[in-house]
Design a protein around this ligand. Structure first.
Ligand code: SME
Length: 158
């Protein structure tokens, strides 16, 4: 079991390498989501929420996460998560208060990235990351979270 240290953010490549180590050899969907949420929350500075929603039926249901308790169900097209679910595209929101329909699960959230999880062309869930700092996430950060989402999806295929 690799040790996961809360600490300095080195680089997206370093975090991706840690994620590969953490998930390697383990294909369990929930277990890997839980560990990846913990790795992100402790490894990326200035977050207040990091975790997963999974598609069940026609809605998103909250999965493993770190942070304050969250909304359980999100309908397609609702909020940032529901928008990522419907569009199949990463959402990077500089100011959640300016995003029409943003769902304020944690009122401290000010900016957000949501990456859709796509398996065989279908959105099966989303990876959702929130920060209390407006404009916290750069485009490179969004790409970094996409890389972690890809590592998560690849781990399930083993
Ligand atoms: N803010 C999200 C809802 C999920 S919480 O941030 C954990 C949204 O608008 O979809």
């Amino acid at each position: 079991m690799p040790s996961v240290q809360a600490g300095e953010f080195e680089s997206w490549d370093a975090l991706a390498q840690q994620a590969r180590g953490l998930l390697s050899g383990e294909p369990h969907r929930i277990a890997n989501a839980a560990n990846l949420a913990a790795l992100i929350f402790n490894g990326v500075p200035d977050l207040n929420w990091a975790g997963f929603y999974f598609v069940e039926g026609d809605e998103l249901i909250v999965g493993p996460f770190q942070g304050q308790p969250a909304c359980v169900r999100i309908a397609p097209g609702n909020g940032v998560c529901g928008t990522a679910m419907v569009s199949g595209e990463t959402q990077r929101v500089e100011d959640v208060n300016a995003f029409a329909g943003h769902i304020a699960c944690d009122p401290n959230s000010r900016s957000e990235v949501v990456v859709p999880l796509i398996e065989s062309g279908r959105v099966v869930g989303v990876l959702d990351i929130d920060s209390p700092i407006p404009g916290r996430f750069s485009d490179a950060d969004a790409r970094g979270f996409e890389q972690l989402a890809a590592i998560y999806l690849a781990s399930l295929a083993r």
